[in-house]
Design a protein around this ligand. Structure first.
Ligand SMILES: Nc1ncnc2c1ncn2[C@@H]1O[C@H](COP(=O)(O)OP(=O)(O)OP(=O)(O)O)[C@@H](O)[C@H]1O
Ligand SMILES: [Mg+2]
Length: 303
C-alpha cells in the first residue's frame, strides 16, 4: 500500500485521507517536496482542499488552473506565508515547519512572486545580493548585533550577485534602480535574485506575464538549462510555455487537484478544458458567484 501511495503522490493525485494518524509515513519518499492533504481556508473561502503534490529533485512541474484556483496559495503555504488548516509539507523527507520567509533559501527554496516584488529602494545588484545572503558567513549573531559585514564578504556576495545577473543577461543593469527598468527586465532581476541562492527548488509564479515572444523564448531556454539541477514548480497561464518547460502538470480548480500527469494528457483532460472554458465563457462575475456558493457550503461540483 505504501508503494502505491508514493506512486500516487508522485502523480499528484493522492488524497492523504487513508493514512493512519498513529503512524505518519515518510511521505513522498524520493521526492524533494511532497505536499500532503493540504487544505487552506480564508474565512469561508476554500483556497486549497486536500491537495497532494510531489516533485522530484531536478524535475520541472507545472501547476495550472484558472484564476482563483489556488496556485499562489499553494506556493504561499509551501513558503510559510499562510498556515494550512490541514495537511503537511515534507521537504527532503522531513516535515517542513512554518519557515521564516527570509530563511527559506537556507532550506534551499526560492520563489519569484506573481508580479515582480523587488525592493524599490535598492539597486538591482543590491536586490540580488539579498538573495545571496545565505552565503554570509558572519552568521546570525553578527546580524543580530548589527555588525558590519567584512569587506571581503561583501565582495564575495557582490561577485555572486553579478554572476547571477550575468547568467540572466542583465549584468549591465546592476546599478540601476528597479523602478527605472522595463517590466521584463525587472522579472529577470527577480529571477536572478531567486537563483543566486542556489536553490534546490524554485517556485515561479507567473514568470511569463508581460514578456514578449523573444523574452519568453529566452526564459524557456534558461529553464531548460536548469533541468536536472534545480527542481522548478511553475505556475503560469501561458499553457504552451508551461507545457514546453514541464513534462508533468498538475491542474487545480477551486482548490482541488482535478488532473495530474504528463503535460499532453492533462491539457486534453475534459475537466481541465471545462475549468478554463468555464472561466472564459462564463458571464462576468460567474466565477465569483461560484465561489460564493462554495462559501455557502456547496461543493465545486455544484458550482
Ligand atoms: N489572503 C487572502 N485572503 C482571502 N482570500 C484569499 C487570500 N489569498 C487568496 N484568497 C482566495 O483564495 C482563492 C485562491 O486564490 P489564489 O491567489 O491562490 O489563486 P490563483 O490560482 O493564484 O489565481 P490567479 O491565477 O488569479 O493568480 C481565491 O478565491 C482567492 O480570492
Ligand atoms: Mg496566483
Amino acid at each position: 500500500m505504501e508503494a502505491s501511495r508514493d506512486v500516487a503522490a508522485a502523480s499528484g493525485s493522492v488524497s492523504a485521507g487513508d493514512r493512519p494518524a498513529s503512524a505518519p509515513a515518510p511521505a513522498g519518499a524520493g521526492s524533494l517536496l511532497a505536499v500532503e492533504g493540504l487544505s487552506v481556508r480564508f474565512g469561508g473561502v476554500v483556497a486549497l482542499e486536500e491537495v497532494s503534490i510531489a516533485i522530484a529533485p531536478g524535475e520541472a512541474l507545472g501547476v495550472i488552473g484558472p484564476n482563483g484556483a489556488g496556485k499562489t496559495t499553494l506556493f504561499n503555504a509551501i513558503c510559510g506565508f499562510v498556515r494550512p488548516q490541514q495537511g503537511r509539507i515534507i521537504w527532503r523527507g522531513e516535515a517542513l515547519r512554518r519557515v521564516r520567509t527570509d530563511r527559506l533559501i537556507r532550506h534551499g527554496i526560492a520563489r519569484t512572486l506573481q508580479g515582480v516584488g523587488l525592493f524599490s529602494g535598492l539597486t538591482v545588484l543590491e536586490n540580488v545580493m539579498v538573495g545571496a545572503e545565505r552565503f554570509r558567513s558572519s552568521g546570525w549573531v553578527g546580524s543580530l548585533l548589527g555588525l558590519p559585514r567584512s569587506a571581503r564578504e561583501e565582495e564575495s556576495l557582490r561577485a555572486r550577485a553579478l554572476d547571477a545577473l550575468a547568467r540572466l543577461g542583465c549584468a549591465d543593469l546592476a546599478e540601476r534602480m528597479p523602478g527605472s527598468l522595463p517590466y521584463a527586465s525587472q522579472k529577470r532581476v527577480a529571477l536572478a535574485r531567486a537563483l543566486v541562492g542556489e536553490p534546490q527548488l524554485l517556485l515561479l509564479d507567473e514568470p511569463a506575464g508581460g514578456l514578449d515572444a523573444g523574452e519568453l523564448e529566452q526564459l524557456v531556454e534558461l529553464l531548460h538549462g536548469l533541468r536536472g539541477a534545480v527542481a522548478v514548480m511553475l505556475v503560469d497561464h501561458h499553457m504552451e510555455f508551461v507545457a514546453h518547460v514541464c513534462e508533468r502538470l498538475v491542474a487545480l480548480d477551486f482548490g482541488r487537484v482535478i488532473a495530474a500527469g504528463d503535460a499532453a494528457t492533462v491539457r486534453r483532460d475534459p475537466r481541465v478544458i471545462t475549468a478554463y472554458l468555464g472561466e472564459e465563457a462564463a458571464a462576468p462575475g460567474a466565477r465569483a458567484q461560484a465561489q460564493a456558493r462554495r462559501r455557502e457550503g456547496e461543493g465545486p461540483g455544484d458550482a
